[in-house]
Design a protein around this ligand. Structure first.
Ligand code: C2E
Ligand code: CA
Ligand code: CA
Length: 736
């Protein structure tokens, strides 16, 4: 900024006093500052609102501005950002009672915006501190109005539209709506769009919502605006159902959400919400797809009324979002009191997360708060891949920002979506192929999950599909329905519909479902009638295929079932992320010790979250060390092999079988309710004795200890502790 000469210590040649403009929502503080500045020989004015502040900045051209960082209803950080964007040649004093660390971050961010920082003024401040700052500033900044300092004449401020302009615009339906996409943070799946009001005035050109929304609010036009915006946006949303037949035929926009901004001033207007509900009904839009966004600071102006209306809206099915979270005062109080479903992290924190530890702390704690209150979390202002990755690590649900897409005109949405889906499908296919699993043999680790799924949901068949270019190939299938179907054409597969979303896809009765009743797998073998699927992912979040349940009869599928299916699918995702533990055809083949440990731990963890018990049968080869010594390790190995064959043969229903220790083989069963574990132990005892009897006297005898345990879903501790705490029967020694 060349108008500021750093070494100019002379007093102003013309003796004109410096002008200081103060922005503080607290009038008392503003006034105090003003008096102090007057006393120091400055000309000072104070304002309590950002609108006034920017107006005076234009008309009064101050040399120095003092901005409070935290103000309800507006955001000092945002004001500072705008100052930077407008390239204002002013010295900046940041005032705040928020603590020095946050102020330091704000200072860094202000410098990054190219602003000239005069200094920080932590509240409470002393007259001396202020005087020092102002003296320094006076020395440094020329007192001639900055605009005359630059060679080129300052651009004329854009003439502001008046209330009458806005009234006219509303009467002529000149307000349009732009749609900014919101997507799943981890997977990139489309969630919906936020409708943002746009106004292009025939003379003034585009007018920013930050200008005309407050104008509408202040002049009783806001309900009109909201009504027009929602009417337009809902009608547009309804057209998306017809947009299915895009060049990328499979992709669905039809279920997208629509977020609408609602001013606090409109909260009391029941007629407005009734109109929105009527529009939804008339257009066949479920209220569940509509999210009403309220700014955090505004919702509480009339808490009782707000609570009544918001509760009523929730009961009708509308979702409620708390917008710009983190910028107001009583955030926590509101969240707990009001029936919100979503929390939106304000963009000012997201956009500064890369450079500011404080912003990161705010983002992190808001996401944690949202999670602990079971609200869905959305971060807005996501501008780049780094922000996206950071939010993903934090477990943020949804994201919105220029990095995903700018707000789009209505007719840009479908082309944007089609292009994006095409790219995502190419990436997805690459991920499926990179996995290296297509056309590989079945593996116990996957079969375990499908077997469990079949049992848990009492369905005829469970499978894990991988979705290739034009076919569904099954890595695992259990149950009769897919016998003889190693793969099916992709066009006939149900799983393709599953990977369009991130949640469970349920077809309760395919024969009556318009999307599936003519499907060849419904009208012909295997006569699918019930389907439930949940996507499984690559480590990068690409959808590889689905864990799915099939039945020939209709079924009910509760939310709890969906949650359980999601948990099972997650374990499949985890397995895909690991390198394969290829099974062998060898009847004596057993998992290695560490693989067994890992899989057993995963299985116990899984059963715990599914509230299922587990059982464990252990066979410990006694005196294996002595045997190795006397007969050589080859004899010891042979004995383990023999035992492996016995266990594999008898415990074929186990979920994990392997070597637990050097001399111990164990079999783990998830949900052993229908199994007779004691009978299995007895069968093992007989098998060991039978084997010993059949051997020549010279071969070493198999002497082992058989123990079994039944671990309740609620058990805690290490596996050894749990085994000790929950024995099913006393240990038996056989072969001695
Ligand atoms: P908002 O609800 O917080 O909307 C998000 C704003 O952030 C939008 O600005 C959007 O364009 C902008 N944005 C989105 N992603 C990014 C990003 O990555 N970087 C940056 N720098 N900005 C991003 P917009 O459209 O100018 O709207 C400003 C505000 O005006 C909105 O903030 C909302 O409070 C208000 N508004 C807009 N439309 C309506 C409306 O129909 N009714 C009401 N009551 N208020 C509205
Ligand atoms: Ca919003
Ligand atoms: Ca917002």
């Amino acid at each position: 900024m060349d108008h500021i000469s750093d070494n100019n210590n002379d007093p102003p040649p013309d003796g004109v006093p410096h002008r200081l403009l103060i922005l503080d929502d607290d009038a008392l503080i503003g006034e105090t500052l003003q008096h102090m500045a007057d006393f120091c020989g400055l000309e000072a004015r104070f304002v309590t609102a950002a609108g006034e502040f920017f107006a005076l900045l234009e008309s009064w051209a101050p040399h120095i501005v003092a901005v409070d960082l935290v103000m309800p209803g507006m955001d000092g950080v945002e004001v500072i950002r705008q100052l930077g964007e407008q390239r204002r040649p002013v010295g900046l004093i940041i005032t705040s009672g928020i603590g020095e660390r946050v102020m330091d971050a704000a200072e860094r961010s202000a410098r990054a915006h190219g602003l000239d920082i005069v200094g920080l003024l932590p509240k409470p401040f002393t007259a001396t501190a202020l005087r020092q700052l102002l003296d320094e500033a006076r020395q440094r900044l020329p007192s001639t109005p900055p605009a005359f300092d630059i060679a080129e004449p300052a651009p004329q401020p854009a003439p502001a539209p008046t209330v009458d302009d806005l009234r006219e615009a509303l009467a002529r339906n000149e307000i349009s709506v732009a749609y900014q996409p919101k997507v799943h943070c981890r997977t990139g799946t489309l969630v919906g769009f936020e409708g943002l009001a746009r106004w292009r005035h025939p003379r003034y050109g585009p007018v920013a919502p930050d200008v005309f929304v407050p104008l509408a609010e202040a002049n009783g036009l806001i309900d009109d605006l909201t009504c027009q915006v929602s009417e337009q946006a809902l009608a547009w949303l309804a057209t998306l159902s017809g947009a299915d037949a895009t060049p990328c035929g499979r992709h669905r926009l039809a279920g997208a959400q629509l977020s609408l901004n609602v001013s606090a001033a409109s909260l009391g207007n029941q007629a407005l919400f009734a109109a929105i509900a009527d529009h939804c009904r008339a257009l066949g839009i479920a209220p569940q797809r509509v999210v009403l966004e309220l700014t955090e600071t505004s919702a509480m102006q009339d808490p009782h009324r707000a609570l009544d209306n918001l509760t009523h809206l929730r009961l009708q099915g509308f979702q409620l979002s708390i917008d710009d979270f983190g910028t107001g005062y009583s955030s926590m109080v509101q969240l707990v009191k009001l029936p919100f479903t979503e929390i939106k992290v304000d963009k000012s924190f997201v956009m500064t997360a890369a450079e500011s530890e404080e912003s990161r702390a705010v983002v992190r704690s808001i996401i944690e708060l949202g999670r602990s209150l079971r609200l869905s979390t959305t971060a807005e202002g996501v501008e780049d891949a780094a922000a996206l990755a950071y939010l993903n690590d934090l477990g943020c649900d949804h994201v919105q920002g220029y990095g995903i897409a700018r707000p789009l005109a209505a007719d840009e949405v479908v082309p944007w979506f089609v292009g994006r889906e095409r790219e995502r499908e190419a990436r997805r296919l690459a991920a499926v192929h990179a996995l290296g699993q297509l056309d590989t043999p079945p593996e116990a680790r996957f079969d375990r999950v499908t077997r469990l799924a079949r049992r848990l949901f009492s369905v005829a068949t469970a499978a894990i599909s991988l979705i290739d270019h034009d076919r569904l190939w099954f890595k695992s299938r259990q149950g009769p329905m897919l016998d003889g179907f190693a793969a099916i054409p992709r066009s006939a597969g149900f799983c393709d519909a599953t990977i369009e979303t991130d949640g469970a896809r349920v077809v309760a009765d395919a024969r009556t479902d318009p999307g599936f009743r003519d499907n060849p797998l419904v009208t012909g073998p295997p006569f699918i009638r019930f389907y439930a699927g949940q996507p499984v992912y690559s480590a990068q979040g690409d959808k590889l295929g689905a864990l799915c349940l099939l039945d020939t009869g209709p079924q009910r599928f509760s939310d709890l079932d969906a949650a359980r299916l999601a948990r099972l699918a997650e374990s499949v995702t985890q397995e895909f992320a690991r390198s394969g533990d290829a099974d062998a055809d060898d009847p004596a083949w057993l998992l290695d010790r560490d693989v067994f440990q890992r899989q057993a731990a995963a299985a116990i963890d899984l059963s715990r979250t599914l509230a299922l018990d587990t059982a464990l049968v252990r066979i410990h080869l006694l005196d294996l060390p002595r045997l190795n010594q006397q007969h050589g390790t080859a004899a010891g190995d042979a004995l383990i092999r023999d035992l492996g064959v016995l266990v594999n043969g008898l415990a074929s229903g186990a979920d994990v079988v392997g070597r637990r220790r050097g001399s111990e083989i164990a079999a783990l069963f998830i949900d052993p309710e229908d199994l007779d574990i004691l009978a299995l132990c007895e069968a093992l005892r007989l098998a060991v004795e039978g084997r010993n009897a059949a051997q020549a006297d010279t071969t070493p005898r198999m002497v082992c200890e058989i123990t079994c345990a039944h671990i309740p879903a609620t058990a805690d501790g290490t596996l050894d502790q749990m085994l000790r705490a929950h024995p099913l029967a006393p240990a038996v020694i056989v072969g001695a």
